[in-house]
Design a binder for this molecule. Structure first.
Ligand code: SAM
Length: 299
């Protein structure tokens, strides 16, 4: 089958099948071969790789992945696209298509079944309405993944890569950087897609760490602290954390922990590094344990 990565061929396929774009599925199909080359290069795909593609659309990127990878599993939610994919990928022997919602698929189970549990690479032009749940689902679900190379909304890519003190820095930056090393490989303008999205896009590669870059015995608490700090990012860290309904620390305890870490009393969460959030979680977690033990005395 001829390559789909140009406007004429894409329109031809869409018209042949009278395919109607579904806004609710975030359907913007790539029509630029140079962008696809960049994605494959950024993902560093070789014949050793098992690739999971999320949302193949009409199969434009799948064709490139198939040529570069050992095996490709493409999960597409829209059943109207399945007969199209069967035709456009008919000569591509190493591709398997699954008609399902990626948010409902047991990906770790699929990796165990299809790749013997060995780590995979994820490559996708993501549906933007579910970028964060897809990426965080892969990372927090501890799916064996080497890297995730995805097209996302440009602002989201910038937030994932942002460093402390910048306006884009937030809970997403810290969550992504706890699990991976982000690298923005390309910015992609709207005219590389049919239909054109209203926002700019970027290709980001997330190389998954074998070990998190910071150690904490309080991972859950650390993420609660991060979320609470950025939910009220204009407040001081001490106020944001003591106001957070999901946390149960007095303002005194929080202030003491902030002091113990050598930070000024009026510090804001948006200036803390991942390491500092981890240290804060360890200190507060320790305090909570001591408090719980005291309360249980004599029971
Ligand atoms: N990969 C194609 C390309 O680059 O031209 C299409 C990308 S398009 C931005 C996103 C694709 O994800 C669409 O085909 C859409 O139907 C599919 N999709 C949306 N939500 C999905 C979900 N929950 N699970 C699987 N696929 C989904």
């Amino acid at each position: 089958m001829e390559k789909l990565s140009n406007p004429q061929k894409t329109i031809e396929v869409i018209q042949k099948y009278e395919f109607a774009f579904q806004k609710k599925f975030g359907q913007n199909f790539l029509i630029d071969g140079h962008v696809l080359d960049k994605i494959i290069a950024a993902a560093d795909i070789t014949k050793e790789d098992f690739v999971l593609e999320i949302g193949p659309g009409i199969g434009t990127m799948t064709q490139y992945l198939s040529e570069a990878a050992g095996k490709v599993l493409a999960v597409e939610i829209d059943k109207m696209l399945i007969p199209i994919l069967q035709e456009t990928l008919s000569g591509y022997e190493n591709v398997e298509i699954l008609n399902d919602d990626i948010l409902k698929v047991d990906i770790a189970g699929l990796v165990a079944e299809k790749n013997g549990g060995r780590p995979i690479k994820v490559v996708a032009n993501l549906p933007y309405y579910i970028t964060t749940p897809i990426i965080m689902g892969l990372l927090e679900g501890h799916v064996p993944v080497k890297s995730i190379t995805v097209m996302v909304q440009k602002e989201v890519a910038q937030r994932m890569q942002a460093q402390p003190g910048s306006k884009d820095y937030g809970a997403l930056s810290l969550a992504v950087q706890y699990y991976c090393e982000p690298y923005i490989a390309a910015n992609v303008p709207p005219n590389c897609f049919i239909p054109r999205p209203k926002v700019g896009s970027a290709v980001i590669r997330l190389t998954v760490h074998s070990e998190p870059p910071v150690k904490t015995g309080q991972e859950k608490l650390m993420f609660q602290l991060i979320r609470a700090s950025f939910n009220q990012r204009r407040k001081t860290l001490a106020n944001a954390l003591s106001n957070a309904p999901e946390l149960d620390f007095s303002k005194e305890d929080i202030t003491e922990a902030i002091n113990a870490l050598g930070m000024p009393a009026g510090v804001r969460g948006e200036t803390l590094t991942l390491m500092q959030f981890a240290q804060l979680a360890d200190l507060l977690g320790e305090r909570k344990r001591a408090y719980d033990t005291d309360c249980n005395c004599g029971r």
